[in-house]
Design a protein around this ligand. Structure first.
Ligand SMILES: Cc1cc2nc3c(=O)[nH]c(=O)nc-3n(C[C@H](O)[C@H](O)[C@H](O)COP(=O)(O)OP(=O)(O)OC[C@H]3O[C@@H](n4cnc5c(N)ncnc54)[C@H](O)[C@@H]3O)c2cc1C
Length: 441
């Protein structure tokens, strides 16, 4: 008989805290649990089975909106050994579930190493990595999930397993791109990068320069060195103190990014310098951890909603369409309408990779806006719809899980063959379908 001692019911103190999601999506699971050991995860899965509940695994709730209603589920949020362990000689990090990127980035930096984090230091390492992991090191080093050496899980059947290329390779394949598949992850091990410092920064111009900045940037991306990964955004900067004065509250256009080769980074900056007079431009060598805050993502929960997709073959017509949908004349109130540069190693299939071993598109498109109240949410949905609609003629074939819309299906992300393979893997490791799939099947 499984113990239910650490199970938190809706009437128990601590329930609200246990179900709170970073994305502020309201969650009302039948019960919650914050296990701190692998044995507690096993117990919790057993308890859910005995009580006729499914199981949803989560870390920070950055993507809580992507899960179906959890009224018949136990929400498990493991917090296991959240102090990362760095093997500096082998350049490997071992990270327990529940850990956020900030602590891994800092622990790696103590050994002169960098980690393949994304644009937010508060995103969970496990969720980010099993969802693919698109980083500012991506064009040189590929998706973060390709750097994973081993993942430790408790399967839907309650079995503890360490999966890697030689052990349970099919589950290892699924867990590198399809989210928390058929199991609850308790720890993950992955390669680190040999960078103590990187070259990085950002330039901001008035929104009127959108056409010129986007055209110049697109031209540059066509022959850009793989040591550089950048992003383009049209932004409505919030009028808050944390934002530097020259760009506070401004409607503007921005390019930011990271170069692992200083000369390549400086060449990009020289190109950007000629476009127009920037409101602010700050580039240079910096300690590697600074890359995790370059993009300026909010670190506290914000009532925001977003939409994203893949785009390919962007031309001058696409520049006009993007600027018309999100530029100064558009009336867009989006915090950001973004294109993230792909290509390089990100676009090359990796024979030893998982279900998402590469992204077959030139850019990820992404829009995000505020949804503090129903009127704000409606306006953001309208702005997102206009942006995504404008990019439709250039839409890529598949979606990338970490930047996909919450209603995306497994087929839209991975195609028919991989979806069938994922279903078979689910049947093998979670035959009763206890674990809630991270994406609609
Ligand atoms: C501000 C912001 C910036 C972002 N920047 C990037 C970026 O630069 N690059 C990028 O690739 N993505 C980025 N993302 C997307 C982010 O990586 C995904 O939303 C990711 O799923 C978040 O993981 P989480 O654990 O924090 O969220 P959660 O909502 O806790 O988890 C999301 C999913 O991860 C899985 N999961 C989490 N923990 C476990 C576990 N212990 N066991 C099994 N499954 C688990 C589950 O499938 C779960 O549904 C960003 C998101 C936000 C909000």
């Amino acid at each position: 008989m499984s113990s239910g001692s650490s199970i938190i019911k809706p009437t128990d103190p601590g329930y609200e805290k246990a179900v709170f999601a970073y994305d502020l999506h309201p969650q009302t699971p039948a019960a919650a649990c914050v296990p701190t050991t692998v044995a507690e995860v096993q117990e919790a899965i057993g308890w859910a089975r005995e009580n006729g509940l499914t199981v949803a695994a989560q870390s920070t709730g950055h993507r809580a909106v992507g899960l179906p209603p959890l009224d018949d589920s136990l929400l498990i949020r493991p917090m296991i050994n959240t102090e990362p362990v760095i093997d500096a000689k082998e350049r490997i990090a071992r990270v327990g579930a529940g850990t956020t990127w900030d602590s891994v980035v800092n622990a790696a930096a103590e050994h002169g190493l960098a980690a393949m984090h994304g644009s937010s230091p508060t995103v969970g390492v496990v969720g980010y990595t099993v969802g693919g992991g698109l980083s500012f090191y991506g064009r040189e080093h590929g998706l973060a999930c390709n750097k994973v050496r081993a993942i430790e899980v408790v399967t839907g059947e309650g079995e503890v397993a360490r999966v890697d290329a030689d052990h349970e390779p099919d589950l290892f394949w699924a867990l590198r791109g399809a989210g928390g598949w058929a199991s609850v992850v308790t720890a993950i091990e992955f390669e680190l990068l040999p960078y103590r410092e990187i070259f990085g920064g950002a330039s901001f111009w008035p929104v009127e320069a959108s056409d010129a900045v986007l055209s110049t940037w697109l031209d540059w991306t066509r022959s850009a060195p793989e040591s550089v990964t950048t992003s383009f955004r049209i932004m409505n900067m919030p009028p808050i103190e944390e934002v530097p004065e020259p760009i506070r509250g401004q409607n503007l256009v921005a390019i930011d990014g990271v170069a692992t080769d200083q000369g390549d980074g400086q060449a990009l900056v020289a190109q950007l310098d000629g476009i127009a007079e920037p409101l602010m431009a700050q580039w240079g060598q910096m300690p590697a951890p600074a890359a995790s805050r370059l993009h300026g993502d909010p670190e506290d929960p914000v009532p925001a909603i977003g939409a994203g997709g893949m785009v390919d073959g962007l031309d001058e017509e696409a520049v006009a369409a993007f600027v018309e949908a999100a530029g100064g004349e558009s009336g867009s109130a989006l915090l950001a309408a973004e294109l993230r540069q792909l290509g390089g190693q990100l676009r090359r299939p990796d024979d030893s990779g998982g279900v998402a071993d590469h992204i077959d598109a030139e850019f990820v498109s992404f829009g995000v806006g505020m949804a503090a109240d129903p009127a704000g949410a409606a306006k953001t949905q309208e702005d997102l719809g206009r942006l995504m609609g404008a990019l439709e003629p250039w839409a890529g074939k598949h979606r990338f899980l970490n930047f996909s819309n919450p209603d995306s299906s497994c087929q839209q992300c991975f195609g028919d063959d991989s979806t069938e393979a994922l279903k078979a893997i689910r049947h093998e490791y979670d035959p009763d379908g206890l674990i809630v799939p991270p994406i609609a099947l």
